[in-house]
Design a protein around this ligand. Structure first.
Ligand code: ARG
Ligand code: ZN
Length: 858
């Protein structure tokens, strides 16, 4: 069944108040829901109240205190006939949380009970109008065995609690802020808290708790500091203050996604809470900070202002991603953060946008909403709002967001509401800009710079490629920050912002007696692909001189991309190969040695474009050829730059651990240097990696060294892997790393290794983190997923079929990798397609997997 955005109708009934009563048990929980229902004057009447359900049955239905018979089931839903304007409807359901392997609704994880209700999990707990535009105030009472569930949490504030009979106890929670069912949460279990307090700008004292399993407390300091920083930052930058006396975060080890912004009770995947230097890398620390910020920022962009329907998902997700990106940029290096964000966008979102699952940031249809928690909705959604910010400027942007929050506080809003508030608050005319919400596909912008007398003439043209259901596109407004460099002085006369809003346009710039060097889409001001084949010299110039850090990175990337694209296409003769390599090693050499660069940025610049991004440059590509040429370049650079790389590695090696930027920078260049050294000289690289592994006083260095060792042959590989496992075998998140490192190894027989790993008792198919560690990593490994035998595709097909009945949401996440088949050379493509067909033929497939597979087969 296809759900359409245009079919939206306001709810027929509202539920101003909800009272829930839970009798908790791991394998038997009894729920009584008491709904005060009220006919919606804005709705289209009717006497039937439709309450959604999913895998639940009503044990009893009462209306105004009486058992009634005039209800029936319509598929999963419960329909109740009501005669008046207001009633109290009571429904009882029974759940088995321990058997809930989908991890949606109420489920058991590690002996505790927790919930995940977004998007449509609340209907797995009780019958309810499970749509985000029905807002209710919740009172939750729960009781359970005190020894089993010493801690009882729900949204809002704890109003009362006390002992019961036979070792039971109870608690009652009340959340004063009306919310949709998807923001409901409950947690019960044996938990301990890291506690702190925060005073808001208006003087409200807020209790902060991060709840974890006993033994994990020591690893919550960074999460707590990140939370406090987020609260302060949202006050300062967006004027948003927290609105309850209590803020709880709970870490659970079985979780489908990253985390969830339930009002006053955020539930997190442990991997975005727990961190200490011994077990978490610098990247893990950043991810904790980013996700803690993200979920906290949802309190305004998501909870106080929520979504009218799920087509508006990017209203809260795109905006909140932008907010968390800005936050992380302010907490650390803004330049590095921008590069990382663009890398994610181009690696994942661009390929989504050019494949069978492409959709606009505000989709028009869906079958299963869980499939739309995508990099397009999240990351492209953030880029679209970022463009408004670029065009409006910081100050006017803030006026726009203030107006949005003020206008829609307490409401379920739409993307259109956001755009309108932006127009009214900033003064921008966003009429044409709305196309960014309705059109899918990554705009391609062709660039040409010519010289007319003393004028530089910039000719730009755009095409937005066709995507499923959208064969013809209109030109969109594309804001491009640019600068024109004098190639002799190395300077430019100030950055300009132009907006390309036609199919083609020219822009002229006076005062250039000699042709300047163009730096365009600086800071990645628009999420587009720039097509500008350019002279190697210009790229080398920008890689050395551009004062926009992103543009500098981009010039270096482009230099490598142009070279590798030619090499992969086989259009490179020996002379051109030599010249290309020389230019790249010159540019990389100056990056290694430039004293003006900080090490974090240096490390960033040393990362070569990913195979996924390189493959994106071709309509159809051979993953084997992409891998081979990228490896060849790495080997050559490693050998050619061996001396400066070794000097860099030596310089960084002995710096003691600290969380400050300088020490982090050293750790970053340490492993980047190691990667290249090992490519050029495996023996030397292996020695250095083993030494780095053994000397490491932190996970960043240790994992970095092991990542290099696993690609090499020799006893050090097995020795280090065994040591890693023995050292951290008790820590599930590090065991995930251990699985992941092996699944990502560039060894010829990696598929056999993965098969062996999958047979281990500690490979638990029910735990999404473990499944992703082994198999999601495998999909990014050219020797595994793209193995020419096709065995990698079969392995992922088998996984999807096996996982689907257990956890459909997680299973569906593996389909897009196979869905790229049209972009892969015919031999492999045939096998990928076959796997999709084998999945499609399976009876009883989940809606999640069915939608992704049928769209992929197209
Ligand atoms: N709203 C959450 C976040 O982005 C994501 C939850 C989605 N969960 C799901 N099961 N689809 O922070
Ligand atoms: Zn979110």
């Amino acid at each position: 069944p296809v759900i359409r955005r245009e079919d939206y109708v306001p709810p027929a009934w509202l539920i101003p108040e909800v009272a829930l009563d839970f009798k908790l048990g791991l394998d038997a929980t009894h729920v009584t829901a008491r709904l005060s229902v009220m006919r919606n004057t804005a709705g289209k009447g009717g006497t039937t109240l439709r309450l959604n359900g999913d895998q639940i049955a009503p044990l009893a239905v009462r209306v105004d205190g009486h058992d009634v018979n005039d209800w029936r089931l319509d598929g999963p839903d419960l329909l109740v006939e009501l005669s008046g304007e207001r009633h109290v409807v009571e429904i009882e359901t029974a759940l088995n949380p321990a058997a809930n392997s989908q991890l949606m609704g109420l489920y058991a994880s590690n002996g505790m009970l927790c919930t995940q209700c977004e998007a449509e999990g609340f209907r797995r707990i009780t019958f309810f109008p499970d749509r985000p535009d029905v807002l209710s105030t919740y009172t939750v009472r729960m009781s359970g065995n005190k020894a089993e569930f010493p801690i009882l949490l729900a949204n809002g504030n704890c109003m009362a609690s006390g002992p019961g009979e036979n070792g039971m106890h109870w608690a009652e929670w009340h959340d004063p802020w009306p919310k949709p069912g998807y923001l409901f949460a409950l947690v019960a279990g044996d938990l301990v808290a890291n506690h702190a307090t925060f005073e808001t700008m208006s003087g409200r004292k807020v209790d902060l708790n991060i709840w974890v399993r006993p033994g994990d407390e020591a690893r919550t300091e960074h999460a707590m500091q990140s939370l406090i920083n987020s609260m302060k930052w949202d006050e300062k930058v967006f004027g948003r203050e927290y609105d309850l006396d209590l803020f709880n975060i709970v870490a659970v080890s079985d979780f489908n996604m990253g985390a969830m912004e339930n009002k006053g009770l955020n539930v997190f995947n442990t991997r975005y809470v727990l961190a200490d230097p011994e077990t978490a890398t610098d990247a893990d620390y950043d991810a904790v900070e980013g996700v803690i910020g993200h979920e906290y920022f949802h309190n305004w962009s998501g909870n106080r202002v929520t979504c009218r329907d799920w087509f508006q998902l990017s209203l809260k997700e795109g905006f909140t991603v932008l907010r968390d990106q800005m936050f992380s940029a302010d907490m650390g290096s803004a330049a590095v953060k921008r590069i990382e964000d663009v890398r994610v966008l181009r690696g994942a979102q661009f390929s989504e946008d050019s494949g069978p699952l492409a959709h606009p940031i505000r989709p028009d249809t869906y079958q299963e909403i869980s499939n739309f928690y995508t990099t397009t909705i999240y990351n492209k959604g953030a880029e679209v709002i970022r463009m408004m910010r670029t065009m409006a400027g910081e100050e006017r942007f803030r006026k726009g967001t203030d107006l949005y929050f003020e206008r829609h506080d307490g409401e379920a809003a739409t993307c259109e509401d956001f755009i309108k508030a932006m127009e009214d608050g900033t003064g921008l005319d966003l009429t044409q800009f709305r196309l960014w919400y309705s059109q899918a596909g990554t705009p391609q912008v062709a660039v040409e710079l010519t010289q007319q007398g003393e004028q530089a003439v910039l000719a730009l043209s755009q095409t937005v490629p066709p995507t499923p259901g959208q064969p013809d596109k209109q030109p969109m407004p594309i804001p491009l920050r640019l600068a024109l460099f004098d190639r002799h002085t190395g300077r430019h006369g100030g950055e300009k912002l132009i907006v390309l809003d036609k199919e083609r346009d020219t822009f002229t710039f006076d005062g250039f007696p000699a042709p300047p060097v163009l730096s365009i889409n600086r800071g990645f001001s628009a999420p587009v692909a720039i097509q500008y084949p350019r002279a190697t010299d210009d790229l080398v110039f920008l890689a050395a001189h551009d004062d926009d850090p992103f543009a500098r990175y981009e010039a270096l990337q482009q230099l490598v991309v142009q070279h590798l694209v030619a090499a992969i296409s086989g259009t490179l003769d020996e002379r051109a190969r030599e010249a290309g390599r020389a230019a790249i090693s010159q540019a990389l050499g100056s990056v290694i040695e430039d004293p003006a660069l900080d090490d974090l940025m240096r490390g960033e610049l040393m990362i070569l474009p990913s195979e996924a991004y390189l493959a994106e440059q071709f309509p159809v590509s051979d993953p084997g050829a992409v891998h081979k040429e990228r490896q060849a370049l790495k080997r050559w650079l490693g050998a050619h730059l061996a001396e400066p790389l070794k000097a860099l590695h030596d310089r960084a090696l002995a710096v003691p651990y600290s969380r400050d930027a300088a020490a982090r920078g050293k750790r970053k260049i340490k492993t980047q240097a190691l990667v290249l050294i090992a490519a050029g000289d495996p023996a030397e690289g292996g020695r250095r990696a083993f030494a780095q592994y053994n000397a490491a006083d932190n996970m960043t260095d240790r994992q970095g060294a092991l990542k290099v060792l696993v690609d090499l042959e020799g006893p050090e590989r097995e020795q280090a892997l065994a040591d890693f496992r023995a050292r951290y075998g008790q820590n599930a998140l590090v065991v995930d790393k251990w699985f992941s490192l092996q699944a990502g190894a560039l060894v010829p027989n990696v598929l056999d290794h993965i098969a062996v790993l999958a047979q281990r008792p500690d490979f638990t198919i029910t735990n999404p983190n473990r499944v992703r560690a082994l198999y999601m990593t495998a999909t990014t490994n050219p020797n595994a997923f793209h193995h020419e035998s096709g065995a990698g595709y079969r392995m992922i097909g088998d996984l999807i079929r096996r996982l689907d009945p257990i956890n459909a949401q997680t299973a569906a996440r593996f389909v897009p990798a196979l869905g790229r088949w049209r972009r892969v050379e015919p031999g492999r493509a045939g096998i990928m397609r076959e796997e999709l067909e084998r999945i499609a033929a399976l009876p009883g497939l989940s809606r999640d997997v069915r939608e992704q597979v049928s769209k992929s087969l197209g």
